[in-house]
Structures are given as C-alpha cells and as structure tokens.
Ligand binder design. Structure first.
Ligand code: HEC
Length: 164
C-alpha cells in the first residue's frame, strides 16, 4: 500500500522539478533577450535573411580588402595597393542595381558611398603620390567611416516580402 504512494510522490516531485527548470530556462531566455535589446542602442535595419547574408558578406570582403591593402603597402607595391583599393571603390556598378541597395536607409547609403569614393581616391593617390605614409593616413581616416557606421547601425532579419 505504501509503495504506490511513494511512487506517485516521486513522480510528482520529478514533474515539479521539470516544470521549475523549464520555467527558469524560459525566464533566462527572456531576460537575456531583453538585456541584449537594452544594451544595444544601435539602429536596426530590417533586412530579408538573403539581404542580411549579402551585406555581411560585403562587409567581410571590405575587411579582406583592407588587409590586402596593408599587405601590399608593406611591400611598397603601389600597383597592388591601387588594385585592391579599387575593388572597394565606386567602380563596382553592380552595387547600384542591387535590390539590397534599395532596402538600405539613405544615410547608410551616403556613408557607404563616401567610403567607396575614399577608396577610389586612395587608389589614385597610391599611383600618383606613391608614399606609404600618405596611403596609411588615408586608410586610417577611411576606417573612421567603418567605425562611425558600426556605432550607429546593426542589421536585423525581417520576414521576407512576397513578390507574387
Ligand atoms: C554604411 C555603414 C557601414 C560602413 C561604412 C561599414 N560597415 Fe561594416 N557593418 C555594417 C553593419 C550594419 C554591420 C552589421 C552589424 C550588426 O548587425 O551587428 C557590419 C558588419 C561588419 C562586419 C561583420 C561581418 C559579419 O560577417 O558579421 C565586418 C567584418 C565589417 N562590417 C567590416 C567593415 C569594414 C572593414 C569597413 C570599412 C572599410 C566597414 N565594415 C564599413 C555597416 C557598415
């Protein structure tokens, strides 16, 4: 007679424990989400998952481009400096016709444009001025634009818009 009661009790106990830990996990999750929102004051740009992946890829390419410029500069290879800087410049016509471009706020695009124009200037100066200090200073100043934009914006996945 005693045994089944004990069994039931331990089952209840187990259920209670499971519910308590599920509740704690849910609470932790909601706290961490609201904390993240509270601490991150940057403006969120809603993008489709595809556009988000695309913009982050562009960013990684920019970081790679900057790395290539530094390496070329270390070798005093100004042709290579110019070549790598141009890949980050305005010549990339594809950019303007990209639907991602239309999804971005105007201020964001202006900041991006000024950065791309800066890389064109860096490329042409590398070929005409040929001075490491000059190019390094330009690069350092251009990277201010990375910093400023990163301080203001972040991207956020939004539900993709159906076109049909
Ligand atoms: C006009 C705005 C803007 C400019 C200019 C800009 N970025 Fe970004 N970058 C962003 C945003 C927005 C993100 C996403 C941040 C987030 O959601 O947390 C980002 C993310 C990144 C990332 C992370 C990519 C990933 O896979 O998560 C790298 C690396 C990066 N940027 C490099 C650069 C470099 C290097 C420069 C300058 C040469 C630069 N960015 C200039 C807006 C900008």
């Amino acid at each position: 007679m005693k045994k089944p009661t004990q069994h039931l009790n331990s089952d209840n106990h187990f259920l209670l424990k499971a519910l308590t830990s599920a509740f704690s996990i849910a609470l932790c999750l909601s706290i961490s989400v609201s904390k993240a929102d509270g601490f991150d004051q940057r403006q969120a740009i809603p993008l489709t998952p595809e556009h988000q992946a695309q913009i982050l890829k562009n960013m990684r390419q920019m970081q790679g481009g900057v790395q290539q410029i530094i390496l070329a500069l270390a070798e005093n290879d100004f042709q290579a400096v110019a070549k790598h800087a141009e890949t980050l410049g305005m010549k990339d016509e594809k950019r303007a016709h990209n639907p991602l471009h239309q999804a971005l706020p105007t201020t964001f695009k202006k900041m991006g444009k000024s950065l791309h124009m800066g890389f064109d200037q860096l490329a042409s100066d590398a070929l005409t001025i040929n001075k490491t200090e000059h190019t390094l200073q330009q690069l350092g100043q251009l990277m201010d634009k990375c910093q400023v934009c990163h301080a203001v914006y972040r991207v956020e996945k939004s539900v993709p818009v159906q076109n049909n």
